[in-house]
Design a protein around this ligand. Sequence first.
Ligand SMILES: Cc1cc2nc3c(=O)[nH]c(=O)nc-3n(C[C@H](O)[C@H](O)[C@H](O)COP(=O)(O)O)c2cc1C
Length: 313
Amino acid sequence: MQTLPAPPWTRRRLLRSLGATVVVAGTGALGYRVYDTAALRPGSGDAYDPWQHWRDEPGLLGAVGAAVLAASPHNTQPWMFGVRADGVDVFVDAERGTGTVDPYRREQHIGIGCAIENLVLACRARGLEPTVTLLPDSSRLARVDVRSGRPTSDVLHDAIGDHIQRHRDGLTLGGQGFGATKLALAKLLPASSRADGDQFWLKQTRTVHTATATAYGVITTGTPDDRATQLDAGRLLERIHLTATSRGIALHHMNQITERIDRERSTGATATFAPRFAALLPPGQQPLLTFRVGYPVRHAAPSPRRATTEVLR
Ligand SMILES: Cc1cc2nc3c(=O)[nH]c(=O)nc-3n(C[C@H](O)[C@H](O)[C@H](O)COP(=O)(O)O)c2cc1C
């Protein structure tokens, strides 16, 4: 076992130096943190149960169980569902936003579009033929009415629970695609400072994300502020996700540029990102979402989800 450098330790420093280092430790405090972060059994516990049972429950409640597995910005899961006898209403949980990162709630509504698409696929798999009406009134983002039909199998539906290869990044450490040892040790260490975290991501973006991207995708529109367009874009995004997953391709969102565009606009700062991105796109088109795709080099662990019972109203 190598001797570790002097504390204070941070996750970032550990990850940088980990290469040949193995740590064995077992104090009471450390033991608690192992329990607290489920470091030794990543991806286990109640918060991960929705990934286990999403196919089991029939009917509309079961379809909501598939909807909650959708992608959402920073895993905020900004959705609520109202289950009726003949359909499901979809609402935004306005408390679940990312603040200044998403000042116009563009990403929030795209995330809800992702959940709507999972809901639609899961209804069809359960023999419920859905009709989607976006923005039926001022309180609902979508009204999904169902009539009985024949269950249809669909590779996109099958891909919903296949979190493996879904993302190579995410906001939990488990979603970072680290190896098992590095993941367990990263969880044991104190969180790094914000400045360190920023530097880490900047470096990752330069040396890993952009350096290894096989291709980029951008969902564009002429009406980026239109809510129905955002919900539709989310539905499209989820289908792209599931298609990629079903073909063994990893997809990683990279929305820093659109977030900077919104930030500059909301603060009245000079637009520096918008014109440079626009120059890469067809005339009249604006970016809603950006991602990279490629073949994954390792599996990603699932990220936590709220249970169906927590998202019903
Ligand atoms: C609209 C939207 C924007 C997102 N932006 C980013 C991003 O910029 N970077 C990133 O790593 N993940 C991004 N994500 C992915 C989420 O972080 C991810 O869906 C969430 O953490 C849950 O993880 P999972 O989808 O792997 O289960 C985004 C997701 C959505 C729906």
